[in-house]
Design a protein around this ligand. Structure first.
Ligand code: NAD
Length: 331
C-alpha cells in the first residue's frame, strides 16, 4: 500500500484525491492546506489526517507526496520532500523560473527521490493512443505536428496577473505534448500573441490568443494554436502528419448522439473544460505513478521534462515580446 500525503486541497488536489480513491494499492493518508476548511473537506472524503505541510512531509508513514499547491510554493515543498526521502508527484509548472527548476533537479538528484511532473495530457487515452501509433511507425516519420488548444472562456484578470503569462500557464501543456510527439528537442521557437478576447488581459501585459512554431534540428515542425476562448467548449485536438500518413485526435463530446435535420448535422458540445475532458487522464497518470513506484521503474514525464517545457515557454515568451525567433540549446 502506497501512503500518499496530499499538499494542497484546492481544485487539482481534489481531482488527485478522487483518483487515488479509485486506485487499489494507494490511499491518501494525510492532507495539508493553508486553508483549514479545504483540508478538512478532503479529509472527510478520504479519511486522511489533517496536518500542516512540515508535519506531513516529516511523517514516516507518508511514502509519497502529491504537490497540488500554487506554483510559487512548489520549490520549497520539493526541497523539503526530497530531503525527507519522499517520492514526489508535482503539478505543472514546477516553478516559473527555469533556474529554480534546475535547483530542484539538484535537490531531487542528491536525495535520489523519484519525481514525476504532472503533464496529464500524455495520459489522455486518445493522445496516448496517437503517440503509441506514431512511435510504432504507423505513419512513418513525423513531419508536421499541429496542436489546437483553446479554453472555453478566459480566467479572471487577477489570475492572469500572477499566472506567468499564456505561454507558461496554458501553452506549457502543449509544449510538453510537442516534445512527446516530436521525439526530438525543438531548437527554435517563434511566437506571436494578441489580446483579442479581453482587452484587460492585454492591459495586464499578457496575450489571450497565441500561436507558436517549433522547429527541431532535423527540420520537424510543430504548430501550436491557443485561445482563452472557444464558444463551443474546450477545444483539444491534435494532428500529426507523417511520411506515410496522418494521425488525428478529435474533440471529446458530451455524448455521441448526432442529430440530422434539413438544416444539417449536429453533435453535442465538446466536454466543457479540463476537469471533465481530462478526468481519465488524471486517473491514468496517478495509476501510472503508483504502479511505477511499486515496480521501481523510472517515472516519466520526469523533472527534466518539466524543465524542458519551461525552457520552451520562456523562449516563446521572449519570442513574443521581441518579435524574433529564439534558439534553444538541444542538450
Ligand atoms: N495539470 C493540470 O491540468 C492542472 C490543472 C489545474 C491546476 N494545476 C496546477 O496545480 C497547482 C494548483 O492549482 P489549483 O488550480 O488547484 O489551485 P487552487 O488555488 O484551487 O488550490 C491550491 C490550494 O493550495 C493551498 N495552499 C496554498 N499554499 C499552501 C501551502 N504552502 N501548503 C499547503 N497548501 C497550500 C490553497 O489554500 C489552495 O486550497 C498549480 O501549480 C496549477 O498550475 C494543474
Amino acid at each position: 500500500m502506497l501512503n500518499i500525503g496530499l499538499l494542497g486541497c484546492g481544485r487539482i488536489g481534489a481531482v488527485h484525491a478522487a483518483s487515488i480513491s479509485r486506485i487499489a494499492g494507494a490511499r491518501v493518508t494525510a492532507v495539508s492546506d493553508a486553508m483549514p476548511a479545504a483540508a478538512q473537506a478532503l479529509a472527510a472524503k478520504t479519511g486522511a489526517q489533517v496536518m500542516d505541510s512540515d508535519t506531513l512531509i516529516a511523517n514516516n508513514e507518508v511514502d509519497a507526496v502529491v504537490i497540488g499547491t500554487p506554483t510559487d510554493t512548489h520549490y520549497a515543498l520539493i526541497h523539503a520532500a526530497a530531503a525527507a526521502g519522499k517520492a514526489i508527484f508535482c503539478e505543472k509548472p514546477i516553478d516559473m523560473s527555469a533556474d529554480r527548476i534546475r535547483d530542484c533537479i539538484k535537490a531531487v538528484e542528491q536525495a535520489g527521490a523519484p519525481f514525476m511532473t504532472a503533464f496529464n495530457r500524455r495520459f489522455d487515452p486518445n493522445f496516448a493512443h496517437l503517440q503509441a501509433s506514431l512511435a510504432q511507425g504507423d505513419i512513418g516519420d513525423a513531419e508536421i505536428v499541429t496542436i489546437l488548444s483553446r479554453d472555453p472562456s478566459p480566467p479572471p484578470v487577477s489570475y492572469v496577473k500572477s499566472s506567468g503569462g499564456i505561454f507558461r500557464d496554458m501553452m506549457i501543456h502543449d509544449l510538453d505534448m510537442a516534445r512527446f510527439l516530436l521525439g526530438e528537442e525543438p531548437t527554435s521557437v517563434f511566437a506571436v500573441g494578441s489580446a483579442l478576447v479581453d482587452a484587460e488581459i492585454g492591459a495586464a501585459g499578457d496575450a489571450d490568443t497565441a500561436a507558436v512554431t517549433l522547429t527541431t534540428a532535423s527540420g520537424k515542425i510543430c504548430q501550436i494554436s491557443n485561445s482563452r476562448r472557444a464558444t463551443y467548449g474546450y477545444d483539444q485536438r491534435i494532428e500529426v502528419h507523417g511520411s506515410t500518413g496522418m494521425l488525428r485526435a478529435a474533440n471529446v463530446h458530451e455524448h455521441t448522439v448526432e442529430i440530422a435535420t434539413q438544416s444539417g448535422f449536429a453533435t453535442a458540445p465538446a466536454q466543457h473544460f479540463f476537469l471533465e475532458r481530462y478526468e481519465a487522464a488524471y486517473l491514468a497518470e496517478m495509476t501510472y505513478f503508483v504502479s511505477a513506484l511499486g515496480a521501481g521503474t523510472a517515472l516519466r514525464p520526469d523533472i527534466t521534462d518539466g524543465l524542458r517545457a519551461q525552457m520552451l515557454a520562456d523562449a516563446a515568451t521572449q519570442s513574443w515580446t521581441t518579435g524574433q525567433p529564439v534558439n534553444i540549446a538541444e542538450g
